[in-house]
Ligand binder design. Sequence first.
Ligand SMILES: [Zn+2]
Length: 430
Amino acid sequence: MDPLRLEIESRRDDLIRLTQDLIRIPTLNPPGRHYLDICEYLRARLAPQGWDCALVRAKGSPGDSEPFPRWNLVARHHGATPGACVHFNSHHDVVEVGHGWTRDPFGAEIDGDRIHGRGACDMKGGLASSIIAAEAFVALYPDHPGQIEISATADEETGGYGGVAYLAEHGAFAHVDHVIIPEPLHKDRICLGHRGVWWAEIETHGRIAHGSMPFLGDSAIRHMGAVLEEMERSLFPLLLTRHSAMPVIPQGARSPTLNINAIHGGEPDLGPDFTGLPAACVADRCRITIDRRFLIEEDLAEVKREVAALLDGIKAQRPGFSYEIRDLFEVVPSMTDREAPVVRSTAAAIRRVLGREAGYVVSPGTYDQKHIDRIGKLGNCIAYGPGVLDLAHQPDEWIGVQDMLDSARVMALVLADILLGDSPGPAPVA
Ligand SMILES: [Zn+2]
């Protein structure tokens, strides 16, 4: 058996313990709890093994405050001689627990091959796998050339501005050559990138009047109804006619999509505890929030123009119609070339470990690759890690121990390939 495989399999119990420890630190975001605890835990593990560990607070980033500071850890293992730098980036935050759990969300219970808990799959299992991969590699090749980095970063679930974006803005990727983000994309798949995002708020205007005489006012809600009707009539069908060459999963996301996140109009919602009656008023404001996901083949300016043209078309025909549109957030699509070195190396390692060809996918939603690509100016970046993507953010989320071991082997082989020039070579007989 190859030495890296032996080295990783001998660390099975350690991998389980590490994953459990990480799950038991409830790094809930929002609001951003226990970020310092998880960074200090990782530093206490890695620093005694010779890793240089820096704790970086994203001071002043969105969400950063004294009660909820945005802490990040960057650990670096210096090799004996110069060479490439391979960086594993995981986010350490997890989303809210939600309802429907049959397990303790922060208990890290083991059931057969599975470890359960919030963040088990997205993505503390991936973080643990990359640590075991790097530790096993360093144990076998302590004098390796180049550098290995492991980062555990904040706020991916809320945009990554207190995490990877902050690090990238402060030059953390300037010397990095290869990035693997161990998000749960399945152990046999390489995620090359993601679609683009545009969030905006559209507001229609009206005039308030007594609800018994609505003809004296002008209903902003009815104007918004015209907007929604026109979207149903022309925009949604148009989006379905477009298809991406990006291998986006699931299949439905190969067309552009539009979601209407929210609609608010008229009197504010006074909540379930309010026992009074509503007042009789014509709504003078109505707002929707739209979430438009676009393809690499689409241009963001054109995506925006399309919606503006729809609204202007209504304005030209509908008396009293006026609107405002406000940008909230945008991310351009990102897609790493299949011939990029980190892709080729990971594909070869998957072939060697699993005895099958790697699948190539693109994520329907974004993740921290956007910041590494746009701010860090590093295109040689993929997401690769253990776990079933569909379990992310679900109740009873879990990660498989065997999947973690297999993907740790893949990650360790990538290190060997890139840092030692030891190509994994052709597939062995399964
Ligand atoms: Zn994630």
